[in-house]
Design a protein around this ligand. Structure first.
Ligand SMILES: [Zn+2]
Length: 132
């Protein structure tokens, strides 16, 4: 599998599920959708003026989030870190699967300890009262 395919899968997995007409990347770089420059129609409101150094996109600004940090997908600043993460995952996939399975099994054991409270129906209560 080539690196661009891996990057595509990484973005699909970590892309946030929201997009906006403008946004700032964690590195401080600003992006905006060029549709903003024609909306609202002239004369109705003050036209949107992006920061002078903002990068215009033909589409809405999409974000990617990992390690509790959010970036604009069109920014390059996050890609070096993403490459390191993908490299780690790629060279330790068996170990990671073992680790995730162990975590899942532990959570399953903990969930089985939880007592389930049954809400009695009025018929259940009558049956108990009648000794059935
Ligand atoms: Zn950035």
């Amino acid at each position: 599998m080539d690196d661009s395919k891996k990057l595509e899968f990484f973005v699909n997995a970590f892309e946030t599920k929201f997009a906006d007409y403008e946004g700032e990347c964690r590195c401080g770089r600003h992006f905006h959708c060029t549709e903003l420059l024609t909306w609202p129609p002239e004369g109705e409101f003050e036209a949107y003026k992006p920061p002078f150094d903002s990068t215009g996109l033909d589409y809405r600004v999409h974000f990617i989030s990992f390690e509790n940090k959010t970036y604009v997908i069109d920014c390059e600043c996050w890609q070096e870190r993403a490459n390191k993460i993908m490299g780690f995952i790629g060279t330790h996939d068996t170990e990671l699967a073992e680790y995730l399975n162990a975590i899942t099994n532990e959570r399953r054991r903990e969930a089985e300890k939880v007592q389930i409270v049954k809400i009695l129906s009025s018929q259940d209560i009558r049956n108990i009262e009648n000794g059935r």
